[in-house]
Write a protein that binds this ligand. Structure first.
Ligand SMILES: Nc1ncnc2c1ncn2[C@@H]1O[C@H](COP(=O)(O)OP(=O)(O)OP(=O)(O)O)[C@@H](O)[C@H]1O
Length: 216
């Protein structure tokens, strides 16, 4: 499902943030990427999301070799990925529902079906009652849950998150963890980069630990 073989990423300027990394994540697994600040976690997430391209080795996601992918094919690969970032990039002048509708509008889904799906996604993260609220009226944890609803509304096979609890208190972080675990339970492959030791301990041994770009 996600197979990295001798994968490396060297940024322009020469720094090699990911060095000769090999691993395999099977369909339906829940895996954490951890390591010190600057270890290369975000870079690895960006490689899987095809936001960055590998400079050596290969990375196969959902059967597609991202190293060999034409630029024009990237949107099609991303369609099967749900992405959640620490800074959620929500649209603050739109309602919670509108934020979740956006990915469905992009793929041209009819309005009525879109609304049904977006409401189901909001329900899964416990935010259906807040569908009309603007993100500014939501707490940090609720905003992060909204970002998750938006990430899963297209029913991705892979849910990818970079430090999704970075700005949250312990209780909100646990809620987020439970939501990811729920998606894992229904068969979604979940990959989360985090410093959070609770997650790491609970999901040990499904942990990829990076140290200066190398896998330990
Ligand atoms: N666009 C870039 N250009 C050059 N160097 C970069 C770029 N992005 C990241 N780096 C460098 O690559 C290294 C790994 O960064 P990365 O963001 O992947 O680490 P991280 O483990 O996610 O760190 P943190 O936990 O602090 O977010 C760092 O030394 C960083 O300075």
């Amino acid at each position: 499902m996600i197979v990295a073989s001798n994968l490396s990423k060297r940024y322009p300027g020469g720094y090699e943030a990911v060095q000769d990394v090999s691993f395999e994540i099977s369909a339906g697994q829940m895996v954490f990427i951890t390591g010190h600040s600057g270890a290369g976690k975000t870079t690895l997430v960006k490689l899987i999301a095809s936001i960055e391209r590998p400079t050596a080795g290969s990375l196969v996601v959902n059967g597609q070799n991202l190293s060999a992918l034409r630029r024009s094919a990237i949107p099609y690969v991303r369609r099967h990925l749900g992405m959640v970032f620490q800074d959620q990039k929500l649209l603050f002048d739109r309602s919670a529902l509108d934020n979740v509708l956006l990915p469905l509008q992009i793929v041209g889904m009819p309005r009525r079906e879109s609304i049904r799906r977006a409401q189901a996604a909001l329900d899964k993260v416990g935010l259906l009652a807040r569908e009309k609220a603007r993100p500014i009226a939501l707490s940090g944890g609720e905003q992060q849950r909204l970002a998750i609803a938006r990430a899963v509304v297209n029913r991705p096979t892979v849910l990818l998150a970079d430090e999704p609890t970075g700005n949250l208190d312990a209780d909100s972080a646990t809620e987020i963890l439970e939501i990811f675990a729920d998606f894992h339970r229904v068969g979604v492959t979940v990959v989360v980069a985090t410093h959070d030791q609770n997650w790491i301990e609970r999901y040990h041994p499904n942990v990829l630990r990076l140290d200066h770009g190398r896998l330990l």
